[in-house]
Structures are given as C-alpha cells and as structure tokens.
Ligand binder design. Sequence first.
Ligand code: SAH
Ligand code: SF4
Length: 382
Amino acid sequence: MIPDVKSFTLEELQAQLAAWGQPSFRAAQVAEWLYLHRAANWDAMSNLPKALRERLRENFSLTALELVTVQGAVDTTQKFLWRLADHALVESVLIPANPALYGEASDRHTLCVSTQVGCAYGCKFCASGLDGWKRNLTAGEIVDQVLAVERWHASAKAKLTTPSAGVEAPAATLGPASDTRFVNNLVIMGMGEPLANYEALLKALKILNAPWGGAIGARRITVSTSGLAPQIRRLADEPWQFRLAISLHGATDATREKIMPVNRKYPLKELMAACEYYQAKKGRMITFEYILIAGVNAGLDQVKPLAELAHRLNAKVNLIPYNRVEELTWERPSEAEQEAFLGALEQEGVIATLRREKGHEIDAACGQLRLKKERELASGPA
Ligand code: SAH
Ligand code: SF4
C-alpha cells in the first residue's frame, strides 16, 4: 500500500525529498499545499516541477474524504459522515463555539474527530461500539477530517456568495494565516478510543499542532479517553500540553462497571493514579465527562464519590444528558433530576456544567449516523 502523505511530518517529508535530490524548500511547499490550501490532488500544486509531482504521486497517496451526508443547519452543530478509501464510514462533528444567536457570524469552531472505525471498548450506552471494532484510522485519515470540513466550509461559503443561484461556485480560496483557520479547537471524542490508536493519534496531533500543519494550539486540543491508564501515563510523558478528558460516567467501581467494561481492566484506583500523574506533569487540565443515564448513574448517591474524585484531581465535571441511541433502551433522567444532580455537585464545591441547550442532541452521540448508514447498506438492495 502506498503511504498517505498526510501521515508524514515536515521533517519526514524533508528527508524523503532530500533523498531524491530536491532543494530543501520543496517539502515546505508541499506542506503549504496540503495544510494551507487544503489541496486534494497533486495537480493543484502548480509551483512544483511536473517531474516532482509525478514522483510524489508514485510514492504517496493523496486522498480526500468523501462526504456521504452532512446533518444539521449552518451555524449550529453539524455532523459529517465520511467514506474512506476502503469504503469504511466515520463521523466528525462541527460545533460552533459562539452560536450565531443574533445573526452574527460564529468565529470559533470546534471539530470532534474520530480515531477508529467502530470501537472495541463496548461501553453499553454508546453507538460507536455496537458493531465492534473494524480498524484504526491512519494519521492521515484523522488529519483529513479537519481539512475536509474546512474544504466543505469554504465551498459552502463560496456558494452562498455566488450571485446567480444554480451556477457552480468557483473553486474556493482558503485563508492563509493560522489565525483565520476555520477549525481552531479540536476534541478527540468521535468514534473510537483514541488512546487505543496511540501512534496514529500522536502523529496526527503533531501534524495538526505544527505551525507548518494545522497550527492548532496544543491547549486547544482535548483527548477524550474511556480510561486507558497506561496510555494516559504515556501521553503525560510526551512534550505536548494536550488537554485530557476522562469519560467517567460512574464515580464508584460498581456503577462504572455496569456500563463500561474497561473499568474491570483499569478500575478507578488505577485510573485516578494515572490522571494524577498526568496532572502532575501538565498542570490543571483534566475534565470528567459524566453522562447522566436514568436509573444507572444519575442517583444522588454518586454525587459524594464524584465530588471526591473531582477534588482530588481539581477536575471540572461536564454533565451530559444521555442522547438516545436507537437500538438501546437507556434514557436520560428528567430535567429536574439533572438539575438536582448538578445542584448537589455544586453544593460539594465542584465546578460543573450541565448541557441544557436544545438541538444539541447530535453532539455527543457520535457513531449513530454511521450505524444507521451501515444498517441501510446491509438491508437495502445491492
Ligand atoms: N472513546 C473515547 C472518545 C469517544 S466517546 C471516550 O470514551 O472518551 C466521546 C464521548 O461521548 C464519551 O464521553 C462518551 O462516553 C460519550 N457518549 C457516547 N455515547 C453517548 C450518548 N449516547 N450520549 C451521550 N454521550 C455519549
Ligand atoms: Fe468506545 Fe468511547 Fe464509545 Fe466507549 S464511549 S464504546 S470507549 S467510543
């Protein structure tokens, strides 16, 4: 298989091009085409000699994700379903940080990206793991989710500003400077367990963080994990200041184990020790994600142990009402119960938020679009 060019750092490209006898500025030109102009094919790279383009084409693949569907309205949360080269499906979710409540343009955008096709961890409430794990994404496929969303945004914008409706919009030009980057926050909370695809994840984050690449600051990148303790320690030892989110969803082993099989392998004691290690190395950067599921973990008996864990790590708690998954029977608790849980947590002195906004149902329920499409493909005519 030809390797994907977006799985290589600038240094690696430089080494390859130097081996071909190319001047040293060529690799930077390639990176500029890839990450600044989001080029989707070699022919677009007009300032590279044709012979070099041919050589690149022979040695690297340059694929672009194919958009299957996009769900959601402009300036709200939008969910993208992508088809990869081998026809596997993954999702990304775009979340505007400042929804355009008064008609102004939303300037900051957070993209939630996937790291695997499916997931092996089988949390009982999650759509991503329902059909098990298919494969890891390559670094290039992780990086590509950002570029593909930016390409999509640029062409959607160009269409909006094209005066005569129905006329094909001109190829979109994309802003050069990193501060005009459309996606400027990343959360690694899509399909899959990021820390179970460690090498590709780190490579992708390196590329997305680099000034010659995505130029997204490390503190604007949050990695979410179901709690792989050894990999949390490994990430702590890396030089980057990524933020860490722990999908806790239960404050005692008994509760957590009911819904997250991973807790048997890495029980809370071990997980918290790894988080403490991360925090000691990186400072105060840990968030607990806590989905509220009726009759499972939303009882007030979880508040005290949750507060204890949060205090121990100085962690903030994000409470998220459960999003229904079609094939599962779990439900979110009533709004009154959600508020009571939040209130009790705040009483304990914990900094906590509760997602209340309507219309955010598609946010955290990554994996559902893909699942639906897979079911359609399986049952529909060939
Ligand atoms: N595997 C990683 C990252 C992907 S899951 C992890 O588990 O952290 C991203 C987040 O979405 C997790 O906090 C997960 O628990 C949450 N999630 C999954 N299904 C959900 C649902 N139906 N409703 C609300 N949140 C959900
Ligand atoms: Fe996998 Fe995260 Fe879903 Fe658990 S919550 S099944 S770890 S994607």
